[in-house]
Design a protein around this ligand. Structure first.
Ligand code: NAD
Length: 456
């Protein structure tokens, strides 16, 4: 975090009292939002249907790994401005602006987003809304959802049309969640009235005042689309360079050098242009699928048909990484001892949703390899979801007597391993760098057979 946010009680630009906030759904997004808004000076009530989560947060424990967030939670609880509950009636009574942050995962057996949680959270809240209030969606949803929820809210709420709906898509990155929430690069307000805009401006006044954050006021469908359009662009950029990696693999060219050369063109830029194992997590994969699905429903599927290709390129990276380990191991994975470094979908997170690392570990095991996983933060989550894999207590322990070490999540501590020292622990000095994160020359100088996708 670059600066500690101020904790003075905020007021609106007109000097009116700051709105009281609730945050419905206290997962990664909601907990972060609730905590940061309380530190910024708002009175906040966080609501979740999971009593265990509510208890842990109320006791000062962040239920997931996010750098800087535990300190912020303590600060927020100490201020007396933050509390957590499972009681929707209490939240409805308390809040002026209600942020909806529940999950929108991929539906089982379909690419569509599952809106069950959003509908249920909004219905449960609306049932208790007896006075004018603003319900603000932050979850990532298919375009058109806000219009549907507006009808739902106004039908269910005792206050009827007094309750308005707005959309404020969230762009935070896990690993940078505090910084992204207190100092976002932009705020998008999807509104249908001047009053709703005023409420949102009041709710974000400390953020905008501190950082001169650009605010874009748009209609509801545009706000919904900004988020999926942004994620589609990022996913496309990653798959683009990974498509180039596939061509490099066939031609003997070096995709790392290619990416570097491309990055000097300021129109292209170097970010998200890193070749490797591709994207995963609880957002990008399901968001591009849900977007494509929604576009097809709307009759504009052709416009985003390329997202199917983006997804396919991304999935092929996982299989190709397994192929490369097999190749390095001599053509057969049966009985080969593999140290799998990483489980989280990216470093500085313990999130294993659609994690490429664990997908690869499972594929290696299914091909007969004896796989041992180590991750600095995601071990508990990985063990719970993948009990069939073996786990080690450290990176070096995982690599002990390994025939191949494969780097799957680019944690700083893996990059810092001395290849000379590690060489003494393994059976064979063979490394597959699934993230193009290791210093190839240093590993080769220490006698390792270093391999990475798209590099000769
Ligand atoms: P999550 O699974 O971590 O959290 C969802 C929370 O909602 C859980 O705590 C769950 O118990 C709770 N919940 C479910 N049903 C509820 C209900 N009816 N009432 C109250 N609470 C309920 O999910 P997340 O990662 O925080 O994502 C939430 C949304 O934000 C998704 O739409 C996601 O796409 C979007 N988003 C996430 C991130 C991120 O980095 N995680 C970033 C931007 C946007």
């Amino acid at each position: 975090m670059s600066a500690t946010p101020s904790s003075t009680t905020p007021s609106t630009a007109t000097g009116a009292a700051a709105p009281r906030l609730t945050v419905i759904g206290t997962g990664y997004l909601g907990a972060t939002h609730a905590i940061c808004m309380a530190v910024l000076g708002f009175e906040v009530v966080g609501v979740d249907v999971d009593p265990r989560k509510v208890e842990r947060l109320a006791a000062g424990e962040v239920p997931f790994f996010e750098p800087g967030l535990p300190e912020m939670l303590h600060k927020a609880l100490d201020s007396g401005r933050l509390s957590f509950t499972t009681d929707f009636a209490r939240a409805a009574e308390f809040g002026d602006v209600h942020f909806v942050c529940v999950g929108t995962p991929q539906q089982r057996g379909s690419d569509a987003a599952d809106l069950t949680y959003v509908r249920s959270a909004v219905t449960e809240l609306a049932r208790h809304l007896h006075r004018k209030a603003l319900v603000v969606g932050k979850s990532t949803v298919p375009v058109g959802t806000a219009a549907e929820l507006t009808r739902l809210v106004q039908e269910v709420a005792p206050a009827g049309a007094e309750v308005e709906l707005a959309w404020n898509p969230e762009f935070l990155r896990e690993g940078f969640a505090v910084e992204d929430t207190t100092n976002p690069d932009r705020l998008v307000f999807g509104v249908s009235s001047a009053w709703a805009e005023q409420q949102l401006r009041a709710a974000f006044a400390p953020v905008v005042e501190a950082h001169d954050t650009p605010v874009l006021v748009v209609d509801l469908p545009t706000a919904e689309l900004v988020k999926v359009a942004a994620n589609s662009f990022l996913a496309t950029k990653i798959s683009y360079i990974n498509a180039m990696a596939e061509v490099c693999e066939r031609t003997g060219a070096d995709v790392t050098a290619l990416a570097q050369a491309l990055s000097h063109d300021s129109r292209i830029g170097g970010r998200f242009l890193k070749p490797g194992l591709g994207f995963g997590g609880g957002c990008l994969p399901k968001d591009i699928r849900a977007f494509k699905h929604r576009a097809e429903e709307l009759g504009v599927g052709q416009a985003v048909a390329f997202l199917g290709e983006v997804d396919a390129i991304n999935k092929r990276r996982r299989e190709r990484t397994v192929d490369l380990v097999r190749e390095v191991a001599g053509g057969d994975l049966r009985g080969v001892r593999v140290a799998a470094w990483g489980a989280a979908f990216k470093p500085d997170s313990d999130d294993i949703r659609d994690a490429p690392a664990l997908d690869v570990a499972v594929l290696l095991q299914q091909a007969g390899a004896d796989v041992t996983v180590y991750d600095p933060e995601a071990m508990d989550n990985a063990r719970r979801s993948y009990p069939q894999l073996s786990y080690a207590a450290s990176a070096v322990d995982a690599a002990r007597d390994a025939d191949v070490v494969v780097l799957l999540t680019e944690w700083r501590q893996f990059r810092a391993v001395d290849p000379e020292v590690l060489g003494a622990a393994v059976a064979h000095r063979r490394v597959v760098d699934g993230r193009h994160a290791l210093d190839r020359d240093a590993w080769r100088a220490a006698g390792w057979d270093y391999r990475a996708l798209g590099r000769p």
